[in-house]
Design a protein around this ligand. Structure first.
Ligand code: ADP
Ligand code: ADP
Ligand code: MG
Length: 624
């Protein structure tokens, strides 16, 4: 038997350390040899009483250059810190400090910094006349920051965070001559009119109390409230109060309010959140029209199918979450999304993920595998004015059923009946299966860290083994362990909730809109994690979602809803993925082709030759 002694442990550790040095060398090579160092403090991790705070306090007294400082409840690491203190800071517990080596050439490309040890943004995308420019990147990487800078909400400080009001003239001359510089000139001179659809629409009802119509009339510069509210499908809710709207309705009101502004440049920060695929396609139509009229449009979006059909060009942004983000030059939409899925940016020689994201072909999908885990027959449910009929169906072990359909047609209601939270008025549903359920709206009142929360819900299971490598790590939940559960962002909370749902022992896993608030990368990782869990444990899942890439990766079969939102809904299936996609997409009038390189589905431009041909032959979705 092989036993380890201290010497072998030591040499292993030495090798590991060398490996680390090699990685730094490798980065140095990638970046041309010279590196600039920055220290980023993640504030919420180094509050007083935290491990990190105590650690930094200890080291604040050890160097006579005061590189690390703790004053009152605030920690600080000097930009000019000595190498020893940088190394000390790097070993701060709970990943509260990130020490980042950046290529020196980026020094002149620093566009904005929120503070000494705060997030830094390098370079910027450039809005273009008559074009829709997309931004693609993970959460917390600086996309909204870029929207704020380009829309003139605040002026880029070029890293000089001490300067509270940088002068546009000084800023503009530092950008190379070209489109971006010209654009910033227009913003500085206030020669362009700008309209912004912000990311966080949930705040809208708090800022504006009143009816939808009052809000729209307040912002209307075109005198076209009736026209645009009809286009966005909100003309029937004009008399409702903002605080009584669903997420999807609120999003459409926000988009409508943006369209009503007579602007030259339009920004849409995550416009598809809460929308079903019908509404996403409608949104694509109206935004495309803006560009066709000659406006510049910039869009931040995580639904790759939508980003793909919407944009002319895409800037990928990469970096380190909460620490820094670097914008890359624009690529064509197809190249950008393929590179993003592949996980490698060839021009920059940057790897953004270890493994490519792959799409399954029809023949790779499970067909009639396993034994029935759950069956139902003609369930019916009336809720207020709404009525749902489910038809007959079953779910088998090792099967993932994707659930698709318009908003308010009863998807959540059906899942709640299966989960035993609602009784059907008529019909039946077998109830032997144990169920793990992630509801649509996740929130928690767990008072403690993510780590404690996971321990409480899952015991020691999440800490190691297959579940850790296949679920916890890909969803990057291992990086959130020290954070307070109550303080998580929407995307972080979603990721933890998915981990908790999948970590429980059950026969059937029900996940209601798991892609909400996740970035494109996390969505694809979540889809893979759900599949893997079902395949390796021979369990079944039902997954409601509106993101077609997510649905395509996750599903073996589909349960398709149709009906009239808010008044009635019918479920059909589960049926094969191919049949289900055809049925569903026919209702939406959208056709997909396969990308010949990445095999990802791509929405055909409405009315294009392929679109017309596929509609004629009834092949809305290519699986081969
Ligand atoms: P994204 O839109 O890509 O999710 P953001 O641009 O909103 O990211 O934020 C990027 C980073 O900047 C985040 O880590 C965020 O915490 C930080 N940040 C955003 N606004 C501020 C601010 N006003 N002050 C300090 N840090 C900020
Ligand atoms: P989906 O998940 O497809 O978006 P839901 O199942 O959440 O749809 O809702 C279907 C319809 O039922 C919606 O119009 C919703 O407003 C209505 N509804 C849901 N729960 C209730 C309830 N407790 N009382 C009255 N109406 C309800
Ligand atoms: Mg954002």
């Amino acid at each position: 038997m092989y036993t380890r002694d201290i010497a072998s442990l030591l040499s292993e550790q030495e090798a590991a350390l060398k490996g680390q040095d090699k990685r730094e060398d490798y980065r140095a090579q990638q970046f041309g040899g010279i590196l600039m160092r920055v220290a980023i403090l993640l504030e919420e991790r180094c509050k007083p009483n935290s491990n990190a705070f105590a650690y930094l306090k200890k080291y604040s007294e050890m160097c006579d250059r005061d590189c690390i400082q703790v004053n009152g409840n605030k920690c600080r690491i000097l930009e000019t810190a000595c190498p020893v203190c940088f190394t000390r800071a790097k070993h701060c517990p709970d990943d509260a400090v990130k020490i980042i080596n950046l290529p020196e050439e980026l020094d002149t490309d620093l566009t904005h910094s929120y503070g000494e040890n705060s997030f830094k943004l390098f370079r910027l995308p450039s809005p273009k006349q008559e074009q829709i420019v997309g931004i693609l990147g993970p959460n917390g990487i600086g996309k909204s920051t870029a929207v704020n800078l380009l829309s003139g909400s605040f002026t880029p400080n070029l890293g000089d965070w001490r300067n509270p009001s940088p002068q546009w003239e000084d800023v503009i001359t530092t950008f190379p001559r070209g489109e971006l510089r010209d654009y910033l000139g227009l913003v500085a001179e206030e020669e362009v009119r700008i309209a912004v659809k912000p990311q966080y629409i949930d705040k809208l009802p708090k800022i504006f109390q009143g009816k939808v119509l009052d809000l729209l009339e307040r912002v209307d510069e075109r005198n076209e409230v009736p026209h645009f509210s009809r286009i966005m499908g909100i003309d029937h809710i004009l008399e409702r109060n903002l605080d009584a709207l669903s997420g999807g309705e609120l999003q459409r009101v926000a988009i409508c309010a943006t369209l009503l502004k007579e602007a030259d440049v339009y920004f849409f920060d995550e416009p598809s959140s809460y929308l079903d695929i019908y509404e996403r396609m409608r949104m694509v139509g109206v935004i495309r029209e803006l560009a066709e009229k000659g406006n510049r449009v910039l869009v931040v979006e995580h639904d790759l199918a939508i980003l793909d059909v919407l944009c002319d060009l895409i800037h990928v942004i990469y970096g380190d979450r909460s620490a820094y983000g670097i914008f890359t030059p624009p690529r064509t939409t197809r190249t950008a999304i393929n590179a993003y899925l592949d996980g490698y940016l060839p021009e920059e020689n940057i790897r953004i993920r270890d493994k490519p994201i792959k799409f399954l072909r029809g023949r790779d999908r499970g067909m009639d595998v396993g034994t029935p885990i759950l069956q139902w027959g003609d369930m019916q449910k009336k809720l207020g004015d709404f009525e749902l009929k489910t038809g007959n169906g079953e779910v088998r072990s090792a099967e993932v059923v994707g659930v698709v359909g318009p908003n308010a047609t009863g998807k959540t209601t059906m899942v709640k009946m299966i989960a035993g939270e609602l009784e059907p008025d008529q019909g039946w549903c077998t109830m032997e299966a144990t169920i793990s359920y992630k509801p649509q709206h996740v929130n928690t009142d767990f008072d403690g860290s993510v780590q404690d929360w996971l321990d409480t819900e899952l015991g020691a299971k999440w800490r190691s083994g297959e579940f850790h490598t296949q679920v916890v790590r890909p969803l990057q939940v291992d990086q959130l362990l020290q954070l307070r559960a109550k303080k998580l962002s929407g995307g972080e909370l979603q990721a933890v909730s998915i981990v908790i749902c999948l970590g429980k022992e059950a026969d059937l896993y029900l996940l209601d809109e798991p892609s909400a608030h996740l970035d494109a990368n996390a969505r694809m990782e979540a889809a893979k994690a759900i599949r893997r869990t079902m395949e390796s444990n021979e369990k079944a899942a039902m997954v409601i979602d509106h993101d077609i890439y997510f649905i395509d990766i996750v599903s073996d079969s589909l349960l398709v809803f149709n009906g009239l939102g808010g008044s009635y809904g019918n479920a059909e299936g589960p049926m094969s993925a191919r049949k289900g996609m055809n049925k569903f997409l026919k209702d939406v009038e959208v056709t997909f082709r396969r990308d010949h390189e990445s095999h990802r589905p791509r929405i055909n431009k409405p009315g294009s030759r392929k679109d017309r041909e596929q509609k004629a032959s009834g092949e809305y979705f290519y699986l081969e």
